[in-house]
Design a protein around this ligand. Structure first.
Ligand code: UD1
Length: 427
C-alpha cells in the first residue's frame, strides 16, 4: 500500500475541475438496478468505492462496464443473482442499498449487513423499517438481511433522523411499489435530489425531493437512463480548506453553489474570500484564519463529511473554536494525529475545543477513515516540514486523482510505496 509524502508550506494556486459526486454516484448505481435496458452514467469518479459498487452489480449478474472519461454503462435487464456477498458489503456501506432494488425487481434479496468507514454506530434499522413498511417480510440472521415479498405496496414511513442513505434506499424501492409512498422527515441532501433526477429519467414519479416530505407514486416498470453526475461537494470542500490553510488562491470548477452553501458561509466566517461565477468556486485567503464554531447536522446544516478537514483549518486559526459532531460520534479519530502535529485540541464525546496554534509541524500519521485522511492531508499542506501519511487506501476510496490535483495546484506531494508495511509483511 502507498503512503503520501507531503512537504508543507507551498501556497496552492490554480484551477481544478471537480469530480462527480461519490455519494450521488453510489446511490444512482444501486438505483440503476431498478431499470430494464441500458443506463449510461457520465462524470463518474474513478475512485475505489465506485469500483466496489461495480463489483457488486457484476456479482448480481448485471452488466456493468467502465469506459474512459468517467462513463459507466449498466444494463440491469437481467438480475441473475439475488444474494449480495459479504466480501463486498463489508468494504462499503452504500452497497447495502442494492437490497431494495433487487427485492423490487425479483421479489427476494439477501444482502450482508454493511461495513464501511469506522466513524461510529451505523445501524440499518431505518432501511429495514422502510422495506418492511413497503410490505416485505424481513429476516435478519447470521449477518445477512433477507427480504421477500409478493408485491411491494405504497406506504407512509417516518424516519427518526433524516438519514440520507435510508431516504435514498426507501425512495428507490418504492418506485416499483403499487401506489403512493410518503417518506416523512426525509433527508434533503443534494445527493437525494441527484438520485431523484436519475430515477425520474428512468420513468419514476417522485415529488418533494430536497424537502422533508418525499412522495413516490409507484410505476410498473422503469427503463435505463442517461445521467451526468453533478460535482462532489465534499471534494470541493476539501480543496477549499487546502486553499485556505496554505493561504492560497484556488478555483474549483463545476461546483453547484446551493450544494455547498452551508460550508461556504463558514469558510467566509474564518476570513476566506469565496466567490462563485458560472459554477466556478474561487477560494482565497491571505491571512491567518479566524476561529469559528461548527456544528454538524443533516443538510442544509454543516456537513459531517467536511467537519474533519475544517477542523484541521481551525487548528491553525486565531482563537478558540468549538466543533460539535451531531451525526457520527467517532468522527474525531484524526484528533490525536493533529495533536501530534502540534495542535491544541481537547475532545470529549461529541465536542472538540480547538485552540488555534500558529503552525503545525509535519509528522508520520495514519489516516483512520476517508475524511480523517482528508483532514491530515490539509493539515500537512499547511504544516512546517515533511509529513508521511499512511492508510491512504481510505483516501483512494473517495478522492479521484487527489495527488495529481494537489500537484497541479503546486503542492509538494507524492505517493510512494510504504516500505515499512512491506517489511512487516515479509519479515
Ligand atoms: C451518507 C454518506 C456519508 C455521510 C452521511 C451523513 C453515502 C455513501 N455516505 O451516509 O458520507 O457522512 O450520509 O451525511 O452517501 N442512522 C440510523 N439508522 C439507519 C440509518 C442511519 O440510526 O438505519 C443514523 C446514523 O447512525 C447516523 C445518521 O442516521 O447517525 C445519518 O446517517 P445516514 O444519513 O444514513 O448516513 P449514510 O447514508 O450511511
Amino acid at each position: 500500500m502507498d503512503k503520501l509524502v507531503l512537504t508543507g508550506g507551498a501556497r496552492l494556486e490554480g484551477t481544478i475541475v471537480s469530480s462527480g459526486s461519490k455519494n450521488g454516484t453510489l446511490a444512482i448505481m444501486a438505483g440503476a438496478l431498478l431499470g430494464k435496458g441500458e443506463t449510461v452514467l457520465h462524470n463518474v469518479p474513478a475512485i475505489g468505492d465506485v469500483r466496489t459498487m461495480m463489483d457488486m452489480l457484476r456479482a448480481l449478474g448485471v452488466k456493468c462496464e467502465e469506459y474512459p472519461k468517467g462513463i459507466v454503462r449498466i444494463d440491469a435487464t437481467e438480475i441473475d443473482v439475488t444474494e449480495a456477498p459479504y466480501e463486498l458489503v463489508k468494504r462499503m456501506r452504500a452497497s447495502f442499498c442494492v437490497l431494495g432494488p433487487v427485492l423490487a425487481r425479483k421479489g427476494y434479496a439477501k444482502v450482508a449487513m454493511p461495513g464501511g468507514c469506522d466513524i461510529g454506530a451505523r445501524p440499518i434499522d431505518f432501511h429495514v423499517k422502510g422495506i418492511q413498511a413497503l410490505g416485505a417480510y424481513v429476516n435478519i440472521d447470521h449477518g445477512f438481511v433477507e427480504a421477500e415479498c409478493e408485491r411491494l405496496c405504497g406506504t407512509e414511513v417516518y424516519l427518526n433522523f433524516p438519514s440520507a442513505g435510508a431516504t435514498q434506499h426507501i425512495m428507490s424501492t418504492a418506485c416499483l411499489a403499487d401506489g403512493m409512498t410518503v417518506i416523512h422527515n426525509a433527508a434533503t441532501e443534494p445527493e437525494v435530489t441527484q438520485l431523484t433526477d436519475f430515477l425520474t429519467a428512468m420513468g419514476a414519479r417522485i415529488e418533494g425531493a430536497g424537502t422533508n416530505t418525499v412522495r413516490i407514486e409507484g410505476v410498473k416498470e422503469l427503463r435505463g437512463a442517461n445521467y451526468e453526475v453533478p460535482a462532489d461537494r465534499m471534494e470541493a470542500g476539501t480543496f477549499a480548506v487546502a486553499a485556505v490553510i496554505t493561504r492560497g488562491d484556488v478555483r474549483i470548477e463545476e461546483v453547484q453553489y446551493d450544494d455547498i452553501e452551508p460550508f461556504t458561509l463558514k469558510l467566509r466566517e474564518v476570513g476566506a474570500i469565496v466567490d462563485f461565477a458560472d459554477n466556478c468556486m474561487r477560494v482565497r485567503c491571505n491571512a491567518r484564519p479566524m476561529a469559528t464554531d461548527i456544528m454538524t447536522m443533516p443538510h442544509p446544516g454543516f456537513p459531517t463529511d467536511l467537519q474533519q478537514p475544517f477542523a484541521a483549518l481551525l487548528a491553525t486559526a486565531q482563537g478558540t473554536s468549538v466543533v460539535t459532531e451531531n451525526v457520527y460520534e467517532r468522527r474525531f479519530r484524526y484528533v490525536n494525529e493533529l495533536i501530534r502535529m502540534g495542535a491544541d485540541i481537547k475532545q470529549d464525546g461529541r465536542t472538540a475545543v480547538i485552540n488555534g496554534v500558529v503552525k503545525l509541524t509535519g509528522v508520520q500519521a495514519v489516516a483512520s477513515d476517508l475524511r480523517a485522511g482528508a483532514a491530515l492531508v490539509c493539515a500537512a499542506l499547511g504544516a512546517e516540514g515533511k509529513s508521511e501519511i499512511s492508510g491512504i487506501e481510505h483516501l483512494q476510496r473517495g478522492y479521484e486523482n487527489m495527488v495529481e490535483k494537489l500537484k497541479a495546484l503546486g503542492a509538494q506531494v507524492s505517493a510512494v510505496p510504504d516500505e515499512q508495511e512491506k517489511e512487516t509483511v515479509f519479515v
